[in-house]
Write a protein of this length. Sequence first.
Length: 123
Amino acid sequence: MVEYNKKAAKLAQETLNPTQPQSWLQSLIWDPEYNLEQIDLHQLFVTEALEVAKAHLQKCRANNMTKTKFITGWGRNSIGGIAKVKPKIVEWLTEEKGVEIVKQSNEGVVEVMIVKEESCVIM
């Protein structure tokens, strides 16, 4: 509960102080208590979800994580009950280098393996 209150406070502070240099995304993603094992994208629009997902993957790579989960939900709250976030996240992950979708444990979760890219030295 304390963790969520801290995050809510950061968001509220930025809203009340729009000249603050950090964005809400940076304050959320770069929080030292941030959970790298998964990211919950519920309640976000597609554009926001992609932005958060990309930042999450970047942080996972920087911390040498080998897997993570993107919790997208299955679209129940979308207009017509048709998912919008999950298909875009899957499309992005499919095109992203160094990432393999390993399983979709349920309708609303995409689990990925983060493959470390090999560096090549040509002599």
